[in-house]
Every structure is written in structure tokens, then in C-alpha cells.
Ligand binder design. Structure first.
Ligand code: BGC
Length: 827
């Protein structure tokens, strides 16, 4: 059918399929019955076409690193299926997920969105996720292909990565998604790879992806991440996003006429677009483009379960789980206690159906039998607290908020990120908006107003210009690097008095380089200080146990900027130290999108990392704190003792964050535990680490054969739960190679199994090693190569807890063609 449609299409019609129609949809060809389809972000929910901050509500699932910590492909697969159903409720046929870039520096703003520092763990979870999504008839879009491990200068930076490192560390998740899950779409990254934009990288998009791996789906650009006409299509980029066409449309038609692009190339790309429509069933049933909010009990239960499954207990000095009955007074403290931090920031943001904060979760778990006190202690927000309350918004044609408003509405929050304006008569490049609201301070004293805007804006308090985001506006890090840095202004305010706050906004007048988004966010807060920390300490002193909820939020762990360091922001370290000094039973619950330094670790009794686990946050946290469920998570990323212990942080800016437009992945394959092991840098917590509430004993591993054949060998380990609680155990299998002509890491993860066992129960971890698992990528030979010699199979609980080493003679060598078509045995 596709071919007959294609044959009837004019060149112009074929070309029209190769750019979006608008931000989230493709172009239909009505004459031939070709429908349009909608795509939607993203990894932890299906947002739909609305604003990042105020769209139709959606189910909020755990972020990538929280999934990485589950080591549970089966549950991640279930989440994929649930996400596909969410995508359908938003009328979308394509989900822009999963994100499988590798945790390289620990500082990447999108670290939270990615699964792991290890390609194998990432690949296993990605395959499960994609199978789940695509099993429901929705296309998954694996991203960002490739080398997008930082947000610094993200639209232009060149990630300079040698081929072996690419093949062994950064490409495998994509490769496995193509080979094993037949992923239907790939998104190219913003960055350049070795000097060439990935959206125009022939080697990456055609030679490796299509010719070697056999990918037959579509490649789309990241949003505004394609910059040329002939180069992108000739390299293998099918779809330019978003629409309307920028470098395609007439320009592409002309390029064909001028002989810069072959008609057959356009036709092949158009064919792949039609194939995608066919695969998602768009020809049979055009998805309704209307969006609905569907909040299902089974999704709630799955999220709650995933939250506990990804919670990593890092330290437990005989205090957890807490017995509900023996605690009379519980202090719940910290900036993440009463505010639910459920997701990261950026395009992965959605408007969650609801959120449960840790304080709410604990209250629900204890059913008011105990006395719960709360204190915030300090703040950690990167931006001033967003304004909440009634805001009247008047939209005007043209700049300067002049004349009669064309449209008036009220909203509840001081954040606007417009994809569509409320009236079609408003031109996104020539409109203005006035927001008016009242602010009534709860306390008297100095307050700080803050505003960040993509476009130009001024904030007035009782008519006085208090924040100027207009004159002298320059690009900063917010809104994906399209807004200024937050501007602030102070005002001394009286409690109970109503202040008139007005913001006047208009889009940028610059129509030059880069993306111009239209967005503004403003807020006000009374800074917290010594008295607030002291109050938190008092609250802790008067309690039997102090539960301290600290970390970051989606303003820090966000797309568009990297983290400045690996420390807890604000006065949180001090808060932990002082609370721990006042209460010997202090338990720290951490929420970050990656590793943090813990100078306070020795002073607290327990530490649990729960990441951003989605809308059921507080319930999942209560489940594990009180032992209704065990904390099932194991670290998917090494936690170094200090930032400088990270292999990408060498002090040389060229290695991180980049210099002169290039970031050089100098550490090569020595990322994460590969670096810590091989270079003997002791981590704070190793890759795979995590405690549970029960104990296990491991039997001797059994090997199916000592001879590695083309079908591989199987390693099995019996594990018995010898404690008196249900729990789960992670069994990891690494290989360690004999000396080869290239330096290889001490050990490399090749398989794992996670067993969930009742008290007294024995299960068997069955893990398979294939010839490719022994191999490194031999750049000269252009193939994965396993040299002959004695390989060790290492059975471990985590990267630093090796239980058994099996010497496995491997007398033969394997060379695997990159296409995997032929496996030849030499030796
Ligand atoms: C992100 C992508 C996302 C796209 C659409 C970009 O900024 O890098 O991951 O899918 O926006 O929102």
C-alpha cells in the first residue's frame, strides 16, 4: 500500500512529509489519504501538545535514573506499556523516549533522564521500555543519537569521541534498541560529533545505524537541531522537527532540481515516513488529536512499586525500617519534605495528575497515630519560588501592552511557556501580555522578586520597576538556554498588606540565531535564614527520629544547563550536620538526579536515595521507610567521594565542560566504574551498590561450558534469602579480559539478574555471555574482536563486592562483523 501511495506522490508531497507541520505534528497529504500524526514527550510521561508547565494533566512516572536504579527490565517494560496508553490519551502515535545517553561527568543537567553509566544496563532497560511502548502500537524514539552527555553549549558543542569509545560505551544502547527491539524512530542529538552535526552525520545515521545495524525506521532531528537542506537528507535524517519547514519544503525541492539531492533519496525518506504511519496504524485509524487526562489506579500502583524498586538504601546503621508503632514523635524536615519533587526539568516535564509529598506520604502511612512535626530548615531552589495565586493575563496585539486586550484569562501560577497563544489572532512574534496579581506577604521583612524570560519582560511592585528583564537582556541558561539568567530585585514588605504585582511581557525583537522561545517565569520569596535552621534543629531535638528530606529539584536537574558541582545546594549540608547533632536518629532521604558528595555521611544513621520517582513519591518513600516494601534499588551510577574523582573531571576544560566548541572524551572507555576500578579510585558508593532489609547467601556459580562457542555460555548462581523478610538481590556478571593490544577496563558488566525472594526461598540467577561480550572494538579491523586467551567471569553483588571469579579458558578468537551477519571463529 505504501508503495502505491508513494508512486502517486509528487516530489513536493514527498518533501512535505519530511518536516513537521507544527511543534508536535507531521504533515498530512489529504489527497492520498495520508494522515498526520502527533508526537509527544517524553520519557516519564506523555505530555501531549500543551505547554510544559500547564498542559492537560498526565501520569507522572519515575525519571530515567530512578528506572536505572531498579535494575528491573520487566517493570520498566510494564511502564513502557502504560506510557503508550498515556500517549494514546494525548492523541499521539509517537513517544519521544527513551533517553539513553550515558552518565559521563555526573554534572550533566539531563543525568536524571538517562539510565546509567553502563551501556549494558542502559541497553537492557531501553529494550524493555521500547518493547513495552511499541507492544501497544506506539512508536518509541530513542534519543539523543549520539554524544549528548552534557548541556553546555548544547546546540553547537562537538563531542569528540574516538570510535572505539563510541562503539563500546555510547552506541550500544542504540544498537540494541535497533537489533532487539526494532525501535521505530531515532532522534539525532543537538551536538556535533567529531565536528559534524549528528543531524548531518552520514557515518552515524546511514553507515552505522542503517547499514550495519539494519535500522529501517525514521530518524528525526531534535527540536531545531537540524541546520541544512542537502546535508541532512543526504546523511539520512528523515524528519526535520519541529515544523513548519525551515531547511526543507521549497528549499529541498530546489535542491533536488539542482541535483544536490537525488529524488530517490527523498523518496526513500518519504517511504520511511509512510512506513512509520503504517506501523502505528495511522492509516486504519487516524488517532484523535484531542487530549484527555487519564489517571488510572493500575498506573498509580505501578509508579508506587517502581518508586520503591528504585530506592537505593546507601547506609543503614540499624535504624531502618522504622517500626510504625514504636515512634511517638517524628520530625519531618527539609526543603523536599512538604514539597513533592517528582520529576526533572525541561522537555521531560509534564503537568502531573497529582503529587504526593514525603510529608503527605508519611502522614498517610501513620494514620495520625503518631505526632508528626515539620520544619523546612532551608531552601535549595535555584530560582525564586514561583508565584502562586490568581493572575489575570491580558493579551494584546503588537508590543507594549497597548489598547484593548484581545484575550483575557486567569491562571494560578507565574510561569508561562507558550507553544500556542490563546487566540489565533495573536502573532507569536508581535504580541504582548500583561499579568496582574496581588501579593500578600505572610511575614514582614525583606523579600526577593525574581524573573527569567525568553523574550523581554519587566516586573513592577506597586508601580515601581523591581525586576528588569528588558533593558540589557542577554541569553542565560534558563528555558533551554533561550532565556536570561534569573534577574532579581529586593523589596521590604509588610505582612498582611496587598501589593500589586504586574509583569509586562513581549517576545524578543532579535530574529537572529538560535531558537527563540516565548516564556516567562516570576516569583517572590522571603529568604530563609538562621532562625529557620534553628527551628528545624529544635524540631529534630524534640523528636524520636528526624527524617531529613534534602536534595535538589527539577530546576537544578534540568535540560539546558549542567550542574555547577556535586554538592547539595543552599545550606543543606549545614542543615544535615546540625540536625544530626541534635538527634542521633537522623535518616537522610536524598533526591537528586545523580551523585552528590556526602561530607556528612558519618554523622547520620541512614541514607536513602529516591531520585525523582513520579507522582507517588511520598507513598513510595513511606513504603520503604516503614518496611512495607524493601528498598529494591541499586546504584546505576558510581557515587564518587568527590567530583574530581570523576574521570571526566580532570581540570582540563577541553575534557569537561569543553573548550572552543569541543568537548574531548579523553577518558575513552574509562567511564564510571571502569575508571574507578582500573585506576584504583575508591568510590563513596560503587556501581550496583544498595542495601536491603534482609540477607542472602550465594551458592557457587555454575558454568554451562568452559569453552566459549558461538552460542555463548551460561552462568547460574543460586541465591537464598536467609533473612526473615522478603527482599531482592542483584547478581552482576562482569568479564575481565586477558591483555590485549588495547587497554581494557579491569572489568565490564555483561549480564545481570535481579531476584525477588521470600524468606527461605532460593532462586537462580541465570546469565548469558556471548562471544561479543568478550570483545573490544578493534578500530583498525572495523569489528568487535575477542582475542584468544583466558577470560575471567566475575560474579559480583556490585562493582566493589566480588563474590566469585571463574577463569574461563577461551582458546579461540572471535571476530564479529559490525553488521553481526557473520560470526567467524578464528584461532
Ligand atoms: C529535547 C528533546 C525533546 C524535544 C521536544 C528538546 O529540547 O532535547 O529530548 O524531545 O525538545 O520537546
Amino acid at each position: 500500500m505504501i508503495d502505491s501511495i508513494l508512486d502517486q506522490m509528487t516530489l513536493e508531497e514527498q518533501v512535505s512529509l519530511l518536516s513537521g507541520a507544527d511543534f508536535w505534528t507531521t504533515v498530512p497529504v489529504e489527497r492520498l489519504g495520508v494522515p498526520k500524526i502527533k508526537v509527544t514527550d517524553g520519557p516519564n510521561g506523555a505530555r501531549g501538545a500543551g505547554s510544559l508547565v500547564a498542559g492537560v494533566k498526565a501520569t507522572c512516572f519515575p525519571v530515567g535514573i530512578a528506572l536505572g536504579a531498579t535494575w528491573n527490565p520487566e517493570l520498566v517494560g510494564q511502564m513502557g506499556a502504560a506510557l503508550a496508553r498515556q500517549a494514546k490519551s494525548k492523541g499521539a502515535a509517537v513517544l519521544l523516549a527513551p533517553t539513553v545517553n550515558i552518565h559521563r561527568s555526573g554534572l550533566n543537567g539531563r543525568n536524571f533522564e538517562c539510565y546509567s553509566e553502563d551501556p549494558m544496563l542502559t541497553a537492557e532497560l531501553a529494550v524493555a521500555y521500547i518493547d513495552g511502548v511499541q507492544g501497544e502500537g506506539i512508536a518509541a524514539t530513542i534519543k539523543h543519537f549520539a554524544g549528548n552527555e552534557s548541556e553546555i553549549e548544547r546546540q553547537t558543542m562537538s563531542s569528540d569521541i574516538d570510535e572505539r569509545t563510541l562503539r563500546e560505551i555510547y552506541l550500544p544502547p542504540f544498537e540494541q534498541a535497533v537489533r532487539r527491539a526494532s525501535v521505530m524512530a531515532v532522534m539525532s542529538s543537538y551536538n556535533r560529533l567529531n565536528g559534524t552535526y549528528t543531524s548531518e552525520h552520514y557515518w552515524l545515521l546511514t553507515k552505522v545505524l542503517r547499514q550495519e545495524w539494519g535500522f529501517d525506521g525514521i530518524v528525526m532531528s531534535d527540536w531545531f537541531g537540524s541546520h541544512s537542506t542537502a546535508e541532512t537528507i543526504n546523511a539520512g535524517l528523515d524528519l526535520e522537527m519541529p515544523g513548519p519547514a525551515r531547511d526543507r519544503g521549497e528549499k529541498l525541492v530546489a535542491a533536488v532540481r539542482e541535483g544536490k539531492v537525488e529524488a530517490a533519496t527523498v523518496k526513500a525518506a518519504a517511504r520511511r515516513m509512510l512506513l512509520l504511519l503504517e506501523r502505528v496504524g495511522a492509516f486504519e485509524k487516524t488517532p484523535a488529536l484531542t487530549e484527555r487526562a487519564i489517571d488510572l489506579p493500575e498506573d498509580r500502583a505501578l509508579i508506587r512499586r517502581l518508586g520503591a524498586e528504585g530506592a537505593v538504601l546507601l547506609k543503614n546503621d540499624s535504624i531502618l525500617p522504622l517500626a510504625k508503632t514504636s515512634l511517638d514523635r517524628i520530625a519531618v524536615i527539609g526543603p523536599n519534605a512538604a514539597t513533592a519533587r517528582v520529576m526533572g526539568g525541561g522537555s521531560a516535564q509534564i503537568a502531573a495528575h497529582y503529587t504526593v509529598s514525603p510529608l503527605e506520604g508519611i502522614r498517610a502511612a501513620l494514620a495520625n497515630a503518631n505526632s508528626i512535626s515539620h520544619a523546612v530548615g532551608c531552601r535549595h531552589n535555584r530560582l525564586i519560588d514561583v508565584f502562586k495565586g490568581k493572575i489575570t493575563v491580558e493579551y494584546f496585539k503588537g508590543r507594549g501592552c497597548k489598547g484593548h486586550p484581545l484575550h483575557v484569562e486567569t491562571v494560578e501560577k507565574g510561569e508561562f511557556f507558550w507553544f500556542e497563544l490563546p487566540s489565533g489572532d495573536l502573532d507569536p512574534a508581535h504580541f504582548s501580555a500583561r499579568m496582574t496579581m496581588q501579593f500578600v506577604p505572610e511575614e514582614s521583612g525583606d523579600h526577593v522578586f525574581g524573573m527569567t524570560n525568553a523574550g523581554l519582560a519587566r516586573l513592577f511592585v506597586d508601580g515601581a520597576l523591581t525586576v528588569d528583564g528588558h533593558d540589557g537582556w542577554t541569553r542565560g541558561e534558563n528555558y533551554f538556554g533561550t532565556a536570561n539568567a534569573e534577574q532579581r530585585g529586593a523589596a521590604r514588605l509588610e505582612a498582611g498588606k496587598a501589593y500589586a504585582v504586574t509583569v509586562e511581557y513581549e517576545p524578543s525583537t532579535a530574529n537572529g540565531e538560535g531558537i527563540n522561545l516565548i516564556a516567562v517565569r516570576f516569583g517572590v520569596e522571603k529568604p530563609l535564614g538562621e532562625a529557620d535552621i534553628a527551628a528545624a534543629v529544635e524540631t529534630a531535638r524534640n523528636a524520636d527520629v528526624a527524617l531529613l528530606f534534602v536534595g535538589r529539584d527539577g530546576e537544578w536537574d534540568a535540560e539546558g544547563l549542567d550542574l555547577p558541582d556535586m554538592r547539595l545546594p543552599g545550606r543543606q549540608e549545614e542543615l544535615i550536620e546540625r540536625v544530626a547533632a541534635a538527634n542521633a536518629n537522623t535518616v537522610v532521604v536524598l533526591q537528586t538526579g545523580g551523585p552528590v558528595e556526602m561530607p556528612w555521611l558519618g554523622k547520620v544513621r541512614a541514607v536513602m536515595q529516591v531520585w525523582y520517582p513520579g507522582q507517588e513519591l511520598g507513598n513510595a518513600v513511606a513504603d520503604v521507610l516503614f518496611g512495607d516494601v524493601e528498598p529494591g534499588g541499586r546504584l546505576p551510577q558510581t557515587f564518587p567521594k568527590a567530583l574530581a574523582d570523576n574521570s571526566a573531571i580532570t581540570g582540563d576544560a577541553a575534557v569537561y565542560p569543553g573548550k572552543d566548541g569541543h568537548v574531548h572524551y579523553e577518558e575513552g572507555v574509562f567511564v564510571g566504574y571502569r575508571h574507578h576500578d582500573t585506576r584504583a579510585v575508591e568510590p563513596l558508593f560503587p556501581f550496583g551498590f544498595g542495601l536491603g532489609y534482609t540477607r542472602f547467601s550465594w551458592g557457587e556459580p555454575k558454568l554451562s561450558s568452559y569453552e566459549m562457542g558461538p552460542d555463548g555460555v551460561t552462568v547460574s548462581v543460586d541465591v537464598t534469602n536467609i533473612g526473615d523478610r522478603a527482599g531482592s538481590e542483584l547478581v552482576q556478571l562482569y568479564i575481565s579480559s586477558p591483555k590485549t593490544k588495547v587497554e581494557r577496563p579491569d572489568k565490564e558488566l555483561r549480564a545481570f539478574a535481579k531476584l525477588s525472594l521470600q524468606p527461605g526461598e532460593t532462586g537462580t540467577a541465570v546469565m548469558k555471555i556471548r562471544p561479543r561480550d568478550l570483545a573490544y572494538f578493534d578500530v583498525e579491523g572495523g569489528a568487535f574482536r575477542a582475542e584468544p586467551g583466558n577470560y575471567q567471569l566475575i560474579v559480583a553483588a556490585n562493582a566493589a563486592d566480588i563474590r566469585f571469579i571463574i577463569d574461563q579458558p577461551s582458546p579461540s578468537a572471535y571476530v564479529l562483523s559490525p553488521s553481526h551477519q557473520a560470526t567467524s571463529l578464528i584461532g
